[in-house]
Design a protein around this ligand. Structure first.
Ligand SMILES: *[C@@H]1O[C@H](CO)[C@@H](O)[C@H](O)[C@H]1NC(C)=O
Ligand SMILES: *[C@@H]1O[C@H](CO)[C@@H](O)[C@H](O)[C@H]1NC(C)=O
Ligand SMILES: *[C@@H]1O[C@H](CO)[C@@H](O)[C@H](O)[C@H]1NC(C)=O
Ligand SMILES: *[C@@H]1O[C@H](CO)[C@@H](O)[C@H](O)[C@H]1NC(C)=O
Ligand SMILES: *[C@@H]1O[C@H](CO)[C@@H](O)[C@H](O)[C@H]1NC(C)=O
Ligand SMILES: *[C@@H]1O[C@H](CO)[C@@H](O)[C@H](O)[C@H]1NC(C)=O
Length: 470
């Protein structure tokens, strides 16, 4: 039933996608403003969600679009990874890094590789890390960290932000695990220490946005959004999981535990609807709330960027709980509450199943049925299932694909998904998506196989909620 619900929400997500039609640009949720509603980076979230959908459901219906979209936006060459000339004028390290993380995920999950003439996923992920490491090393403002914007003419060039540094750190942690090369792990440690030294991660593990270089990064903007802690706690889980040195591992365990605990407390506040939650290890009950901008019902002030963060946090928490099983108990209850509330909110719009942004207050909100709402709901359904392997596809988190680092011929062949979790089936048997020979400009689109009817969907949801509550 989780697969069936996910399939319907995935269909609704992709029903917005125009990038496979002639005259449209592949890879984007929409044209970035002012031409469209959503920033360039949100494409990275779209494909990262669709890859997880494929990976956990074995449904490769959207693999061709995913592959073409990622390749199209991957930049002109490996010296400019995910820096397509159209968008470089407003490019941030965070934007580039989020696309890089999606390429990393594609490598880890053995997603079908790009056409032979194009770089492999792992090469793209490494290339993003390399250019960001070079920027970090060449810039001693505030003694470390990454600037937000790349272009000196943009105001954000004089601002060092948490997400930019966090995406670099996240790539470092995952490349370290994937390649075994300790240089990546050292960078991850160094970036974390800097974030903590400047107070972007404070002593209580609140995670703030960033600060101007003019203030030596001390005048911190203290708003808290869920994207930065999501990227950081997933990174800490990768570091904890792979570190063999006991002292180091205990350092990462401390960071991971404290950050996860604080993140649950800040973003999963108890709500009346959740008062029956069985969570005992934390006060967090959920459902997930984007606290800084999701105010009372009908008063959501989140920007279109902020609307995309929830799904990223949910999938990061599930990934962390798989890499660090000691977190499972703390994470499972709030994720389940969130999945139930998200699914219950999918009852509006013309289709009768459009999902809401707000999951507390029974989804009472006017934000409904647009790409971020559907992507967040798809993430919620996926994590609701992933944490119960017995009802999911039987897969753990993938952290090592088969492509060798620097091996441009490597990459997933779409037929042997990697899973090293012990609970994995070891075979994703996905050969149903984009195959070799799908040109990066071809549309090779798979056909969606039809949405369930309203009634069918309602039954699926009822069954899903029953499974989750059991
Ligand atoms: C850049 O813009 C042109 C003109 O709109 C478009 O054809 C092309 O696909 C865009 N490239 C990327 C990578 O978005
Ligand atoms: C490890 O990674 C770093 C950073 O990419 C690279 O400079 C170095 O050559 C790599 N070392 C090995 C042994 O591959
Ligand atoms: C600037 O901030 C860094 C990091 O917190 C600190 O190490 C350094 O001493 C500060 N420099 C000045 C001039 O205050
Ligand atoms: C849970 O709530 C109690 C009482 O308000 C508080 O003392 C405790 O620190 C909270 N625990 C967490 C993990 O926030
Ligand atoms: C590392 O992650 C795997 C899942 O990928 C898990 O089975 C294993 O227990 C984790 N190792 C540690 C030390 O927690
Ligand atoms: C584009 O993708 C959508 C969603 O997968 C699909 O319904 C549609 O048929 C595709 N269009 C083309 C022209 O391939």
């Amino acid at each position: 039933s989780i697969k069936a619900a996910a399939k319907d929400v995935a269909f609704d997500v992709m029903s917005f996608y125009r990038g496979n039609q002639s005259g449209q640009i592949p890879g984007l949720v929409s044209q970035p403003p002012p031409g469209g509603d959503y920033s360039w980076w949100t494409g990275a979230v779209l494909w990262s969600t669709m890859l997880d959908y494929w990976y956990y459901s074995d449904d490769g219906t959207y693999n061709a679009e995913s592959l073409n979209g990622l390749v199209w936006q991957s930049g002109p060459d490996l010296q400019h990874p995910f820096m397509p000339p159209n968008w470089t004028a407003s490019l941030g390290n965070d934007d580039e890094g989020l696309w890089g993380m999606t390429a990393m995920q594609a490598a880890e999950q053995n997603f079908p590789r790009p056409p032979a003439a194009d770089p492999s996923w792992i090469e793209l992920a490494q290339a993003v890390f390399e250019v960001q490491a070079a920027r970090y090393a060449a810039d001693d403002a505030c003694n470390g960290g990454l600037r937000w914007q790349l272009s000196p003419v943009n105001q954000g060039y004089m601002y060092k932000n948490t997400v930019s540094t966090a995406v670099f750190l996240n790539l470092g942690a995952r490349l370290a695990r994937y390649t075994g090369n300790q240089t990546y792990a050292e960078w991850a440690g160094k970036a974390w220490e800097w974030l903590s030294d400047v107070g972007y991660i404070d002593a209580k593990y609140n995670v703030y946005d960033g600060a101007a270089i003019e203030s030596n990064c001390s005048d911190i903007d203290k708003l808290q959004f869920s994207l930065a802690p999501a990227v950081l706690l997933q990174a800490a889980a990768y570091m904890y999981n792979q570190t063999t040195d006991k002292t180091q591992q205990s350092t990462w365990q401390t960071r991971l535990t404290a950050l996860t605990d604080r993140t649950l407390t800040v973003f999963f506040p108890p709500s009346d609807a959740a008062s029956t939650s069985t969570s005992t290890t934390t006060n967090a009950t959920g459902p997930l709330v984007e606290s800084a901008c999701e105010l009372s019902a009908g008063k959501t002030t989140c920007s279109s960027d902020m609307l995309f963060y929830k799904g990223v946090l949910l999938r990061a928490l599930a990934s962390a709980a798989q890499l660090a099983p000691f977190l499972r108990d703390a994470v499972a209850a709030p994720l389940r509450t969130t999945a139930e509330a998200a699914v219950a909110s999918c009852a509006g719009g013309k289709s009768g199943r459009a999902c809401a942004f707000r999951w507390a207050d029974d989804g009472a909100d006017d934000l409904r049925g647009a790409p971020p709402e559907e992507l967040n709901a798809l993430s919620a359904v996926l994590v609701g299932g992933v944490l119960r392997e017995e009802v999911a596809a039987g897969k753990g988190v993938a952290t090592n694909g088969t492509a060798k680092p620097g091996d441009s011929s490597g990459g997933g062949d779409g037929g042997n998904g990697a899973s090293d979790s012990g609970s994995g089936s070891g075979s994703s048997g996905s050969g149903n998506g984009a195959g070799a020979g799908t040109g990066s400009q071809g549309n090779g689109a798979g056909k969606a196989t039809g949405a369930a009817t309203r009634i069918g969907f309602g039954l699926v949801l009822a069954a899903l909620v029953a499974v989750m509550m059991s």
